[in-house]
Design a protein around this ligand. Structure first.
Ligand code: UDX
Ligand code: UDX
Length: 463
């Protein structure tokens, strides 16, 4: 089938960049990204490309090229559904905060609403593509909702999970390791798979486009994230052994990473992984395993999360112990709120939990991040519901420039690996701080030797 119109419901971190790239590479196809959030759509349409709702290196150039030509952002969901032959669903699937599966299962409310919306509006045959990460067998539910319309419209469901990582989204989309497309193994299913393959094949080599059945595709996405997160928890667990013995985690990571069977990636110790995906997807995997009566499998994956929580607590405990067993009334500067560098996304960032634990210890926490807004930082702390807004305000200070973040500080914590932190004038920072001046480098990005010569007490992770 020759496709003329594509739409994507959900113009978020995944939907926005993915559709921008599909539009850039397929100038003959009209791509419309719709969202119920008007402010978000207005931002995507903003003349000033600095105001795009998400920050991703290189995204502005893609938007500049395609927007208005064959890429459109709109709140008119009905029109987009009607005119499109292919509809991506890329709405968020957060962990459930209520009812059965609370704190574990993925909340599929928005996905179901999308399916119902499509069923209500569609007047011609559609290929519906799951872009959101979903539990295995969700496609069955979507299919069932779509097939209940009785209006003669045929729907074919595909699973096409997105593997892009934030901060490198454009690079990952331009040159993906693989594109995964799962579909029904029927004649119609295979036709739909081929239609989507053709869209990606305009820039991705055919041998990198993998096609599977629906359930393998859905499960592969959860599995990829679980494996990546597991590597981080594994290395973080060993960083604790390094701290206790004098072994160095960077040396250990290098030594094992040179084994081609293990490989060097995702072995950087940190104060814990963050982001909207890892925790959510593992909890989801745990929930699915439990639902299937596979308790040992559930417990196995649950450990990855437990280790991540432990690493954050261990980091804070080390700060308190090193600073003479109290941080009460002390100024502690946090550098970095985003869950990784080169993004303004702070979902599940370790910084949120570290800041919260330090505020519990009555420390005065000062935060600086180059991209995360003040409103977002305040909202992240508020969402934990540990204390009142008034108390948070009393203990949390947010600086929009790093210049003002160090005056009178007792300690500096590096929690995101932003490049600019490495380039700071650390002598100047030292001069502005209380003595002894502590640096707790939760990312091991600073030069320990240089900082110690300046006079800092420097503590890395696992070194
Ligand atoms: C995506 C995936 O969808 C998620 O399953 C995966 O695990 C991570 O990436 P993401 O793009 O990061 O989520 O989410 P978000 O940035 O929150 O964007 C979702 C968008 O969908 C929001 O802009 C929201 O307004 C929109 N939305 C949500 C709708 O337009 N309609 C709805 O019914 C629900
Ligand atoms: C992840 C997956 O990488 C991506 O394929 C999927 O589509 C979405 O989830 P993302 O969460 O955007 O992407 O970023 P990622 O680079 O995976 O980092 C996740 C977290 O792990 C960050 O907090 C990062 O700092 C941390 N991390 C990563 C480490 O602590 N150590 C590492 O070695 C790598």
């Amino acid at each position: 089938m020759k496709i003329k119109n594509i739409c994507c419901i959900g113009a978020g971190y995944v939907g926005g960049p993915t559709m921008a790239l599909i539009a850039q590479k397929n100038p003959d196809i009209k791509v419309t990204c719709v969202d119920m959030n008007k402010k978000r759509i207005d931002d995507w349409n903003s003349e000033d490309l600095n105001n795009l709702p998400i920050y991703e290196p290189g995204l502005d150039e893609v938007i500049e090229e395609a927007r208005g030509r064959n890429l459109f952002f709109s709140t008119d969901v009905d029109f987009a559904i009607k005119q499109s032959e292919v509809i991506f669903i890329s709405v968020n699937t957060p962990t459930k905060t209520y009812g059965e599966g609370k704190g574990m299962a993925a909340d599929l409310k928005y996905v179901e609403l999308c399916a119902r919306h499509i069923a209500r509006i569609a007047t011609s045959d559609k290929i519906v593509v799951e872009k959101s990460t979903l539990p295995v067998k969700t496609a069955e539910a979507i299919q069932s909702i779509l097939n209940s319309t009785g209006n003669g419209v045929n729907f074919e469901i595909l699973s096409n999970p997105e593997f892009l990582a934030e901060g490198t989204a454009i690079k990952d989309l331009t040159k993906p390791d693989r594109v995964l497309i799962g579909g029904n193994q029927t004649k119609e299913g295979k036709e739909a798979i081929n239609t989507l393959v053709d869209i990606y094949a305009t820039w991705v080599p055919k041998e990198n486009i993998l096609t599977t059945n629906l359930w393998s595709s859905e499960l592969s996405k959860l599995t990829a994230n679980a494996f990546l997160a597991q590597r981080i928890s594994s290395i973080n667990s060993l960083s604790a052994i390094c701290d206790a013995t004098g072994a160095n985690i960077s040396e250990v990571a290098k030594a094992i990473g040179m084994d081609s069977r293990i490989g060097p990636k995702f072995l950087k110790t940190s104060v814990g992984f963050g982001g909207s995906c890892f925790q959510k997807d593992i909890l989801n995997l745990v929930y699915i395993s439990k639902s299937l009566g596979l308790n040992e499998v559930a417990n196995y994956w649950d450990q990855v999360i437990l280790m991540n929580n432990y690493q954050r607590r261990r980091f804070v405990k080390n700060i308190i112990q090193t600073m003479y067993n109290t941080v009460s009334g002390k100024k502690i500067t946090i550098l970095g709120w985003a869950f990784k560098k080169d993004t303004n996304d702070s979902r599940e960032s370790a910084s949120i939990y570290v800041a919260d634990m330090l505020i519990e210890e009555q420390a005065k926490v000062i935060v600086y991040d180059p991209k995360v807004s003040r409103t977002q930082i305040i909202s992240d702390i508020r969402c934990l519901k540990t204390r009142s807004d008034k108390e948070n305000k009393e203990y949390l200070q947010i600086e929009t420039s790093s210049c003002n973040a160090f005056k009178g500080a007792h300690a500096v914590l590096v929690l995101t690996e932003w490049d600019e932190f490495k380039a700071y004038d650390w002598q100047h920072i030292y001069n502005n701080m209380e003595k002894p001046a502590f640096v707790f480098d939760g990312r091991n990005i600073l030069n320990k030797q240089k900082l110690e010569i300046i006079g800092f007490v420097y503590k890395g992770m696992g070194s």
